[in-house]
Write a protein that binds this ligand. Structure first.
Ligand code: HDE
Length: 693
């Protein structure tokens, strides 16, 4: 990174206070002699009010929490940078999208929506995907989600929708879950939700990693070039590692075993130098084509199929630095869809228009007043000069007599900037009409794209969607709500509704299923990149393991950027066949199968007996098998797989189940390790699901 790239980092550095052999002081800079005892009358009390150090310390502590975000309360952030592959000057004058020599610093926050700040990472939910670009022309925030559409069409319904999905008012149950009556009541009464519900019932709502999910700006935005010409644009983020999901049963177990699963994954990847990368994609439409689709491009419940409007890859975001302090950075970052730079503008999407109000408004409560833009993480790198003054927690000291425009006493300082010198000018869109509370008829079709989504899924994804509906509706107490949901989704696809109905004791409805808008292969996760890089393997072994095998395995895994934990019966170093000691990172007590992508059992008679002596070992392998993970065993390790029922397939024809690799003594070598790594790259062996049905 050159100096220019580092501007944001340098700005943040100015606020970092590192304790390095420093004296302990009060907030007034007074050195503290005793931080262990409060001031008392004699050693047994009472405590005296005069103890200003005690009072200051306790008062600060008493006020250390701020209101959590009303939605997206649980999140995790990281720093990074954006590089542009080619100039987009044809479409936009935004400097960071036209100058390929720039490296734009940025901050990302990923989040869940419904849960409170302390809820689990792996719940079924949409993920927020918010990016703040610190550009030379001011902050640009792309505040998106990991799904390209939204539940509702008009912002006025957002409070209703969120009230319905949040825990129910009488008892604040359930936490971070849409599997309850009010949510599904809302869905059944507001059919514009149908398309988004299909996404939320799919694996997209259960990301394996923040590093393995797509991001979308959702709304149609506008690019404006130097000549003032506009284009419609949709934004995409495409992860280099592909798009992959967890299994529902697994997500629920992880929620208990490691509620920080996704944030830990991101933190560790960055700490290890496996910097997550996402390419920026744009879909562009000419203004003249605004009405050439069978949906309205201003309707946020619709996407532009990539097969019709291709995604052009134009740049890359790399996340390369963890935060120094979660609260100061991730908790205090304030995104706003209205933070914009010249060359980017809004459209009349009624969902977007409402968001333009909400994001600043919510910070006033959350961050305690109008000066939140002065918090280090929110400060632009572009200079800030205006006549705003005062307010809670004002940091800037503005000298001078004037704080108004126009003025003569300070020569009209700060001065307005003409558009051709970088001053922001709103796109001069012509609008006319009557003021009415209404929605355009062009927003009326709620089902064709939901149907397109369903018909674009692989059979495995379809079966997961059906199971998700059955689970969610199975938790709904009201039979009438369950039935209404079946009725609604019969308008998406009859087969889908019938399968849901069977699972929840409702009556299948003969609906008038919508014709799918088209099939869009890009919607299926099965079509995405596959790689073993950055995956995590549990290597199970016991006394007498073959040192040469394990050393060669670990070398092969490292070369493929796969990380491994040695899992043994306890944390006592394990002796190999040549006497080498290896230190386990986890024991069968501390490790959980759901926290790994694959399992390798290194087999040697004594070691396998040792593992089998703890019943948890078979459970560990069985769970990995049930979650479609790659499992490999060498030599005697097959006995552990047998104990876990992981070596016989459902057909009973003697073939190994898909994704289960076995090697006898003589087969252990480079090519076995290569097959193991290739199998890990598959992410999951979903066909096992169909094999077992
Ligand atoms: Fe948000 N949303 N939202 N939203 N949203 C917030 O702002 C809101 C919507 C999104 O990591 C809040 O600072 C309204 C769509 C993300 O800090 C709040 C509507 C999309 C984040 C708010 C929407 C999003 C938020 C709460 C309907 C995807 C987390 C705290 C018109 C394109 C940002 C805050 C972070 C957060 C309002 C709909 C994404 C209340 C009124 C659509 C990623 O202002």
């Amino acid at each position: 990174m050159n100096e220019k790239d580092n501007v944001k980092q340098k700005q943040l550095d100015a606020y970092r206070v590192k304790d390095n052999g420093e004296a302990l002081t009060t907030n007034q800079g007074l050195r503290v002699e005793d931080d262990e005892h409060s001031l008392k009358v004699g050693p047994r009390g009472p405590t005296i009010m005069e103890d200003f150090h005690f009072r200051e310390k306790m008062t600060h502590f008493d006020h250390e929490r701020i209101p959590e975000r009303v939605v997206h309360a649980r999140g995790f952030g990281a720093h990074g940078e954006f590089e542009l592959y080619e100039s987009l000057a044809k479409y936009t004058k935004a400097k960071f999208l036209t100058d390929t020599s720039l490296r734009t610093p940025l901050f990302v926050r990923f989040s869940t929506v419904a849960g409170s700040r302390g809820s689990s990472d792996t719940v079924r939910d949409v993920r927020g995907f918010a990016v703040k670009f610190y550009t030379e022309e001011g902050n640009y925030d792309l505040v998106g989600n990991n799904m390209p559409v939204f539940f509702i069409q008009d912002a006025v319904k957002f409070p209703d929708f969120i009230h319905a999905v949040k825990p129910e008012p009488p008892n604040e149950i359930p936490q971070a879950s849409s599997a309850h009556d009010t949510f599904w009541d809302f869905v059944s009464m507001n059919t514009e939700t149908a398309h988004m519900i299909m996404w939320v019932m799919s694996g997209r709502a259960l990301p394996r990693s923040f590093r393995m999910m797509e991001g979308f700006g959702v709304h149609t935005f506008r690019f404006v070039n130097e000549e003032g010409k506009g284009h419609f644009v949709k934004f995409h983020w495409k992860p280099k590692l592909g798009v992959h999901s967890l299994v529902w049963d697994e997500t629920q177990k992880i929620a208990g075993k490691d509620p920080d699963f996704n944030r830990r994954d991101l933190w560790h990847a960055i700490e290890h130098g496996d910097y997550p990368e996402f390419e920026l994609g744009i879909q562009i439409l000419k203004e003249e084509d605004e009405f050439s689709f069978d949906f309205d491009i201003l309707d946020s419940t619709k996407l532009w199929p990539e097969e019709i409007v291709p995604v052009q890859i134009v740049g890359k975001m790399t996340l390369n630095r963890n935060t120094d302090n979660f609260f100061a950075e991730t908790e205090q970052v304030a995104f706003h869809v209205g933070n914009i730079v010249p060359g980017i503008d809004f459209t009349n999407d009624p969902l977007l228009q409402g968001r333009l109000f909400s994001y600043t408004d919510t910070q006033l409560t959350r961050l305690g007043g109008p000066n939140f833009a002065e918090i280090p993480i929110n400060r632009p790198i572009a200079p800030v000069h205006n006549n705003q003054r005062d307010g809670m927690h004002r940091m800037t000291i503005n000298p001078g007599q004037t704080s108004y425009h126009k003025n003569s006493l300070a020569n009209n300082d700060p001065a307005q900037v003409p558009a051709n010198k970088g001053g922001y000018r709103h796109y001069e869109e012509k609008v006319e009409g009557r003021k009415i509370k209404a929605r355009s008829n062009s927003f009326d079709d709620h089902f064709s794209q939901a149907s397109m989504f369903w018909h674009s899924m692989s059979p495995i994804e379809q079966s997961q969607i059906v199971d998700a509906f059955r689970f969610e509706l199975g938790k709904v107490m009201s039979k009438q709500v369950r039935q209404r949901v079946v009725d609604v989704f019969s308008q998406v696809a009859e087969g889908l509704a019938e399968q849901i109905a069977v699972g929840i004791g409702a009556t299948p409805t003969k609906g008038v299923a919508a014709a799918p808008a088209a099939i869009s292969p890009a919607l299926s996760m099965m079509t995405k990149t596959k790689t073993a890089a950055t995956r995590k393997v549990a290597v199970m072994l016991g006394t007498g393991y073959r040192t040469a095998e394990v050393q060669a395995l670990l070398k092969a895994l490292t070369a493929a950027k796969v990380t491994a934990d040695i899992v043994a019966i306890n944390l006592v170093p394990v002796r190999g066949d040549d006497g080498t000691l290896i230190e386990p990172q986890q024991s069968l007590l501390t490790a959980a199968s759901v926290l790994y992508d694959a399992v390798y059992v290194s087999g040697e008679a004594q070691g396998v007996d040792e593992l089998l002596s703890d019943i948890a070992s078979a459970g560990f392998v069985r769970e990995a098998f049930q979650h479609y993970k790659t499992i490999a065993a060498t030599g005697d390790g097959v006995r552990l797989l047998a104990a876990a029922d992981a070596v016989h397939d459902a057909r009973g024809d003697g073939a190994h189940p898909i994704g289960v690799l076995l090697a006898g003594q003589e087969d252990i070598g480079a090519s076995f390790f290569t097959s193991f790594i290739e199998a890990i790259a598959q992410h999951r062996h979903w066909d096992r699901l169909l094999q077992n049905r």
